[in-house]
Ligand binder design. Structure first.
Ligand code: SF4
Length: 421
């Protein structure tokens, strides 16, 4: 079994307490950093570690921080992104619920590196138990001098607040999240860099909570140790893989970056529950359906990109031979069409039309022309304003590339060949 880092304090029944987190080395990195390191040294260590963002995009964390100018105005903000709403994605909830102080410490470290004054954790309404847990543990951390004014007597002031979101999928996108916190309509905004002008026009860094949870470990054990956790060339660290669908043991597994997909599904997640493996979404609902021929891919950013896929959030959704992939894509596109922010036409109008075509195919009312139109429409999603629409089209593109026979079978039979399975 590989080394557990982020989930080392996971218990079956309750979150780790502050004392338990400390006993496992928690807050040692904070003491060391505040006592010995300058902010730019912390950024350099994160750059050296090769840490890439765990929220989906995989952008190098240290590089994101280095966009912040040394003379950028204050106050500056950190936004730990906990907003996960994509079907099949649940790893942030596990992480928050098992060891909240790991995220609190990571957030303070990010605050120190970027000389920020405040963090605002964005959390969705269905995560209310996690929101209450956070608020309790913020108080504990303040009582212990780990959060608030003059942290550990260092002169560094930093505090964390919570923002309970209204619960829309697009709020997971960083710029939409900033607008939501400001009380505005949450739509993506691609103008400028958030490190120049983010929350209330101030320099802002948005990092996923899994990314932030890696920081205490990198600072305590060193960038080389973190790099060495990966089992693929160029990878760094471990990754939380939320495995769901037709596997014997669906769960959140922490494994080295680069672990083969086949090993995750057939060893860690216990193999298939029903029939033989047919397909999976390797990195969440906005990644392409992957076929059995690609099961040996290493689960890291580069290896998946090399075969036209994305690691995304690492949510692996598994389908067996009895599953109708047209129906699965119909479900996903229905979700995405509902959650579109409606700002741009390809997404607002295109996703409902994709849904319409998929429904016709599923009901056996389509001809082959419908399949071609579906393909044209899915590709047109690249012309939308943000990454939401291409992400929504990704499973359908995988369906068309790898499972065209299944679409043709629906047309030829005039019904779903999997009905009754
Ligand atoms: S692609 Fe969709 S979510 Fe993104 S801005 Fe356009 S309408 Fe909004």
């Amino acid at each position: 079994m590989s080394e557990k880092v982020l989930l080392q304090n996971r218990r079956p029944d309750r979150p780790a307490t502050l004392e338990e987190y400390r006993a496992s080395g928690g807050y040692q990195a904070l003491a060391k950093v505040l006592g010995e390191m300058q902010p730019h040294e912390l950024t350099q260590a994160v750059l050296d570690s090769g840490l890439k963002g765990r929220g989906g995009a995989g952008f190098p964390t240290g590089r994101k921080w280095s966009f912040l100018r040394a003379d950028a105005p204050h106050p500056r903000y950190i936004i730990p992104n906990t907003d996960e709403m994509e079907p099949g994605t649940f790893k942030d909830r596990i992480l928050v619920g098992c060891d909240p102080h790991q995220i609190i410490e990571g957030t303070i470290l990010a605050g120190y590196a970027n000389q920020a004054q405040r963090a605002i954790i964005f959390i969705r309404p269905s995560y209310e138990p996690e929101a209450e847990l956070f608020e309790r543990e913020f108080s504990r951390a303040r009582d212990e001098g780990l959060l608030g004014e003059n942290i550990l007597g260092s002169g560094f002031d930093f505090d964390i607040a919570l923002h309970r979101s209204a619960g829309r999928y697009i709020c997971g996108e960083a710029s939409a999240q900033v607008r939501a916190i400001q009380g505005e309509r949450p739509r993506p905004d691609k103008e400028g860099h958030m490190t120049d002008s983010g929350l209330w026009g101030r320099p802002t860094i948005v990092n996923n909570v899994e990314t932030l949870a890696c920081l205490p470990h990198i600072l305590r054990n060193g960038p080389d140790w973190f790099k060495g956790l990966a089992v693929s060339k160029g990878g760094a660290g471990t990754k939380l893989f939320g495995v769901s669908g037709m596997v014997a043991k669906p769960d959140c597994y922490e494994l080295p970056i680069g672990t083969p997909l086949r090993e995750i599904i057939f060893e860690h997640a216990g193999g298939m529950k029903g029939g033989a493996f047919k397909a999976c979404l390797p990195g969440g609902a906005s990644t392409k359906l992957l076929a059995p021929k690609d099961l040996d891919v290493a689960m890291d950013f580069e290896a998946l990109a090399a075969i036209g896929h994305r690691l995304g959030t690492g949510a692996i959704i598994v389908f067996d031979e009895g599953a109708c992939l047209v129906s699965a894509c119909l479900n996903l596109v229905t979700f995405f069409a509902r959650e579109s922010c409606g700002w741009c036409t390809p997404c607002r109008e295109g996703l409902p039309y994709m849904r319409h075509l998929l429904l016709k195919i599923e009901l056996g009312e389509a001809d082959e022309g419908c399949i071609d139109r579906l393909g044209e429409l899915a590709k047109a999603m690249d012309h939308s304003y943000c990454g939401f629409a291409p992400g929504a089209a990704a499973p359908v593109i995988g369906l068309l590339e790898n499972f065209r026979d299944e679409l043709l079978e629906h047309v030829a039979q005039g019904c779903c060949p999997f009905k009754g399975n």
